[in-house]
Write a protein that binds this ligand. Structure first.
Ligand code: ADP
Ligand code: ASP
Ligand code: MG
Length: 423
């Protein structure tokens, strides 16, 4: 008997029929003798629907007061799906109780719409488990120290599940979704993508942070920090498949580089079009300039990603960086109004129609020429690279967004990701 956490995403919870299917699957695990905690997302489309209603009434605003209400609103999606799942489990003859984040409680900081989990009290959940109940805990939400409801950012139910698993020291956290594991790249974009049997924690972290939304990045961070065994698998298999078979399916996130692992140099390709590029032209090339520009951006709570500073010519240089597309207008305004007038900069220009494509693989540590193979592939496709950034196990390029799918498919082919990994 083990304590297991299951997480079901929006599509998996998308209708009463699917919720019944989830209930039957969870009941199977409970009847096999496991203590079960289940973390559901809102029914698919519900979070978007709710946030859309808010936007109809008032366009997005930076104010905290507005974001507080967005969280109050969006959190209802998970509350509804959790209660429905508890009802479905009860109708299967399984004792079940659901809790909203604040009832557990899952404590977070007060950063509305992107709050971070700080602690989870486990007494209530443990008492229910002891009493033989299946406990449902809402995904995506928590409560701050003033009892305001907070949410964890889009895709945040993954993080709720892993954090709950860490707090309860669960034997495993199973993330059930609408694909049957982690693929070499998004199978919706590249049909030839292959499922990985295992992926190392570090690779998963890079893939998530570079845009593979199959797991929210913070969930991977949590799994790494607390060594939570994590598996991504399908909720669309028949609910009554053999439990052992089910528990070995999908993709396991591993913490050790063991011999058996698929040892491709590049394990996966991630991409996103959520970023925008900003270039500050004709910056005087002197100490402190990067800090003056990027310090002000950071103070405004805007995250900066790829940064490039060119060689200077005649004492001036160009400085480019990327920000989340939602922060694009805000960053340009901030620079134009507050930062640049004092710096004697010539111009600020931007481009919101970019994308970032990244190749990720632990094998890049020990192989040379991987990045150049990437660049050659893109040049053969006639795709211009605007920016490059690298880490030990990834290389990212910023491209015109119209080339994104072409680039991903070409790279997938060039790195043999559509071929089964060599044994
Ligand atoms: P859920 O609602 O279950 O949380 P998400 O939509 O958040 O599901 O994540 C699953 C989706 O992630 C898949 O449907 C797939 O399109 C996308 N995805 C992106 N990259 C990958 C990848 N490398 N492997 C698998 N799925 C991926
Ligand atoms: N319902 C939330 C969202 O749509 C959280 C999640 O699904 O993980 O982003
Ligand atoms: Mg998700």
């Amino acid at each position: 008997m083990a304590l297991i956490v299951h997480k079901y995403g929006g599509t998996s919870m998308g209708s009463t029929e699917r919720i019944r299917n989830v209930a039957k699957r969870v009941a199977k695990w409970a009847r096999a003798g496991h203590q079960m905690v289940v973390v559901p997302s809102a029914m698919s489309g519900e979070t978007n629907r709710l946030l859309g209603l808010a936007k109809e009434l008032a366009p997005a605003k930076p104010a905290d007061a507005y974001h507080r209400e967005l969280d109050m609103l969006a959190a209802t999606g998970e509350q509804a799906s959790s209660a429905l799942l508890a009802i479905a489990l009860q109708s299967e003859g399984v004792q079940s109780v659901s809790y909203a984040g604040w009832q557990v409680p899952i404590r977070t900081n007060s950063a509305y719409t992107k709050a971070r989990i700080e602690s989870i009290e486990d007494d209530r959940v443990r008492a229910d488990l002891q009493a033989g109940k299946v406990v449902i805990v809402t995904g995506f939400q928590g409560v701050d120290e003033d009892d305001n409801i907070t949410t964890l950012g889009r895709g945040g139910s993954d993080t709720s599940a892993v954090a709950v698993a860490a707090a309860l020291k669960a034997q495993e956290c199973l993330i059930y979704t609408d694909v049957d594991g982690v693929y070499t790249t998004d199978p919706r974009v590249v049909p030839e993508a292959r499922r990985l049997q295992t992926v190392s924690f570090e690779e998963m972290l890079e893939m998530a942070s570079m845009g593979s939304k199959v797991l929210q990045i913070r969930s991977v961070e949590f799994a790494g920090k607390y060594k939570v065994p994590l598996r991504v698998l399908s909720s669309f298999t028949p609910w009554d498949i053999d439990l052992d078979e089910e528990s070995k399916s999908g993709t396991l996130i591993t913490f050790e580089e063991d011999e058996q692992m698929e040892q491709a140099i590049v394990s996966g390709i991630a991409f996103n079009r959520d970023e925008a590029k900003i270039s500050v032209l004709g910056v005087p090339d002197k100490p402190g300039i990067a800090y003056q520009i990027l310090g002000a951006v950071a103070d405004a709570n805007i995250e900066v990603d790829v940064i490039i500073q060119n060689v200077s010519k005649d004492g001036r240089t160009d400085f480019s960086f990327t920000v989340h597309r939602n922060d694009y207008a805000k960053t340009i305004d901030l620079l134009k109004e507050k930062v640049l007038p004092g710096l004697g900069v010539q111009e600020v220009v931007g481009d919101a129609k970019i994308c970032k494509v990244s190749i990720v693989g632990i094998g890049m540590r020990s192989h040379v020429g991987v990045a150049s193979k990437m660049f050659r592939c893109l040049s053969e496709e006639g795709i211009n690279i605007q920016m490059i950034s690298t880490s030990e196990i990834k290389t990212s390029v910023v491209l015109d967004e119209k080339y994104m799918e072409l680039a991903v498919r070409a790279l997938h082919r060039v790195f043999d990701l559509d071929q089964p990994a060599a044994a």
